[in-house]
Design a protein around this ligand. Structure first.
Ligand code: SF4
Length: 440
């Protein structure tokens, strides 16, 4: 008899790739992957643990899932960043979990669940760098797009961020392994590849002694079956001319760049221990807009870092107004005790932090709606994602929309357009952040 196993993966797309590796391992070891939690004998919660809100969501998911033990559930397994970050303390405070694995032990998920089904509690952390970045994957999203994790960990050590301590030092995968995986995904029907890592732009520096993202992208574009290649999580000072040229010149690379800037005031950038000052950032943004036609820039900011003055915040607001980013997210600073920023004086109260990030998002709402309307009359290539019976129309994403984090295009068209199919859509309007249109 095969046991049914379910997976709940929280947090970012890099975490999702880890979950997909675990799913493939479980299926290979005789478990039946089951999407219905009520029917599962075991459930894995792949947690996120880098900021307060994410930790809270992970904990709530654990306690909610633990209640299924009143039913069919026998084993609750917890993996990912939260268990990695808090290790022994976590194992003591969460007796509901029968299996607790840190990053370095997630490769043994099948063995651990088998032992727990036999009644043993398994708590194991292993060396972070033992987390395998290779191997089979069972995609946890629609079959026509995939995240391609090209490296793990981070060496940037921004003062507010716990990720380097959770995920370990930056380590690139070999280019031939990445290309082989991308080819395999394309053979399985993936047409859009989203290149991800904590810092994609640092790719190759550790194992090849130089930045190799541009080279990697050229190789990815040679994979015939791939249609779109998208880059996420770029670090400003590694966005060099070679990378800009390859984005501008390769037709398969969507003219979209995800460039978390975090702030713009120099005192704040210094306090965040970010490389690159406001002048450098403004020049880079101008260069991207000058050199990449139709470029869509996504960025994220943090509001309310310790010591952020009214003036710093005003400067950020002015910057958001001036730059009119096509895609923008702003987080309220989360005090993480084991980070340099967490030890700083001049902590702002939570209300102020949240109020400031809300103000930035309100500002952005007006800007985003104006930008959306500016696309009226344009014909965009859209990756169809499905048909909404209630809305009586199709929905999908254009090159301007990364999966899961950006907006949609809602459009009418001929019958029978399939998810994963590309169609041309003339934009006829906008509804908030989303675009509306007709197939042409
Ligand atoms: S670049 Fe900075 S914010 Fe991003 S993961 Fe690395 S340390 Fe954290």
């Amino acid at each position: 008899m095969s046991y049914k196993v379910g997976m709940i993966s929280l947090g970012c797309c890099k975490n999702q790739v880890d979950a997909e590796h675990m799913l493939a391992d479980l299926a290979m070891n005789g478990f039946e992957i089951c999407p219905d939690a009520e029917q599962c004998d075991a459930i894995v919660i792949n947690t996120c643990g880098f900021i307060e809100d994410a930790k809270r969501e992970s904990i709530e998911s654990i306690f909610e899932t633990a209640r299924l033990k009143e039913g069919k559930l026998k084993v609750l397994a917890v993996t990912g960043c939260l268990s990695e970050r808090y290790q022994q303390e976590f194992a003591e405070e969460v007796p509901e979990a029968d299996v607790i694995l840190g990053l370095g032990s997630m490769n043994n998920i099948s063995q651990a669940i088998k032992e727990a089904l036999d009644g043993k509690r398994v708590v194991s952390y292993g060396e972070k760098t033992a987390l395998s970045l290779e191997g089979g994957r069972m995609l946890a999203n629609e079959p026509y797009f995939a995240y391609l994790k090209i490296a793990e960990g981070c060496d940037n050590r921004c003062s507010f961020c716990s990720i380097p301590d959770i995920r370990g030092k930056f380590r690139s995968r070999k280019m031939e392994d990445i290309i082989a995986e991308a080819k395999e995904l394309a053979d399985k029907g993936v047409v859009e590849i989203n290149v991800v890592a904590q810092d994609t732009t640092r790719y190759g520096q550790d194992i090849y002694g130089k930045l190799m993202l541009a080279e990697l992208l050229r190789e990815l574009c040679k994979i015939e079956k791939l249609h779109w290649v998208r880059i996420l999580y770029c670090y400003p000072d590694h966005v060099n001319d070679e990378l800009i040229d390859v984005i501008a010149s390769e037709p398969k690379i969507v003219k979209y760049i995800d460039l978390p800037l975090q702030h713009i005031s120099d005192p704040m950038l210094k306090s965040m221990r970010r490389r690159g000052n406001s002048e450098y950032i403004k020049k880079l943004l101008q260069k991207l807009r000058d050199r990449i036609e139709g470029v869509i820039i996504r960025t994220t900011f943090i509001a309310g870092l310790p010591g952020e003055s009214e003036q710093d915040f005003e400067e950020l607001c002015d910057f958001v107004r001036d730059q009119a980013f096509e895609r923008l997210g702003c987080f309220a600073y989360s005090l993480e005790e084991d980070t340099p920023a967490g030890q700083m004086e001049n902590q702002l109260d939570e209300e102020t932090r949240r109020h400031r990030s809300d103000l930035i998002m309100e500002l952005q709402m007006g800007i985003a709606e104006q930008i959306a309307h500016s696309f009226e009359g344009m014909v965009l290539e859209v990756l169809c994602e499905g048909y909404d019976v209630e809305a009586q129309c199709y929905f999908g994403r254009s090159y301007m929309d990364a999966p899961d984090i950006d907006t949609k295009v809602w459009f009418t068209g001929e019958a029978g357009i399939q998810p994963g199919q590309f169609v041309n859509v003339e934009v006829t309007g906008a509804d908030g952040y989303d675009l509306t249109g007709e197939q042409v």
